[in-house]
Design a protein around this ligand. Structure first.
Ligand code: ZN
Ligand code: ZN
Length: 83
């Protein structure tokens, strides 16, 4: 049996492992009700009220987000003509 105390990831209150939620490790007071992911439709424990994607989809979204090219303005005008 595990008698160690663990900190809630939200309020840092110490509680037993069984009292923390499975995904976000939050205590009974801080945990949010499970939602369905807007992408894969899996049940997940949201980190915030606004979260609509599960962790996995959120991660994939970040990783596959289009990389914007560096701003090129300013480089084209670097040649100045002398009169
Ligand atoms: Zn807490
Ligand atoms: Zn998902």
């Amino acid at each position: 049996m595990d008698n160690k105390l663990y900190c809630c990831t939200n309020c840092y209150r110490r509680c037993g492992w069984d009292d923390l939620s499975a995904q976000e490790h939050r205590c009974l007071k801080c945990r949010l009700p499970a939602k369905s992911c807007a992408i894969c439709d899996k049940r997940f424990e949201p980190r915030s009220e606004q979260a609509v994607y599960c962790k996995r989809c959120d991660f994939n979204l970040l990783r596959h987000a289009p990389v914007l090219p560096p701003d090129m303005t300013g480089q084209c005008n670097s040649h100045k003509y002398r009169e």
